[in-house]
Design a protein around this ligand. Structure first.
Ligand code: SF4
Length: 154
């Protein structure tokens, strides 16, 4: 076997290792999301869909979902918030809010899932969750998601 076909095979193997690691990390992320108590959402909080902090693991899933519709200009550094990225338009709105609805609801980032559930982020429209998460609990979850993302990408 020639060296070029060998390196092609190595590249293919590397890509499939990366895909496997990403899928495993995504499955772990779902388990962390599942720790958030469910809530009945009336969909009235879209004005809260502003500039959002998110981890790279969450960002890459959104990027994959949107493909060419994803715009790099939506990205800002999340350093001030202790995360890797912030996502938002120049008007500081979430670009994923389309026609008044979240266009990536099933893969929305952690911060959006905590809204209305964490003690410090209660819903102003009266939507109720089955259990309010303490801020300590919410912060611990934020930390775990950050670590999962860092383990994969750093
Ligand atoms: S990702 Fe969805 S839920 Fe989160 S801020 Fe954007 S539009 Fe709102």
């Amino acid at each position: 076997m020639g060296s070029s076909s060998q390196s092609r095979r190595q590249r293919r193997e590397k890509r499939s290792d990366q895909t496997r690691s990403r899928l495993l990390a995504w499955a772990e992320l779902q388990k962390l999301y599942d720790q958030i108590p469910p809530m009945t959402c009336k969909g009235k909080c879209t004005q809260a869909c502003g500039l959002i902090p998110l981890e790279r693991l969450e960002l890459e899933e959104i990027r994959r979902r949107l493909g060419r519709r994803f715009q790099e200009k939506w990205l800002r550094s999340g350093e001030a918030y202790g995360v890797e990225f912030m996502l938002g338009t120049d008007e500081l709105e979430c670009p994923l809010l389309v026609d008044g609805k979240c266009s990536v609801y099933d893969i929305r980032p952690l911060i959006c899932r905590l809204y209305g559930v964490a003690a410090g982020m209660r819903c102003q429209h009266g939507c109720e969750c089955t259990r309010v998460m303490s801020d300590v609990e919410a912060k611990a979850l934020i930390k775990k998601v950050g670590k999962l993302s860092a383990d994969l990408y750093d």
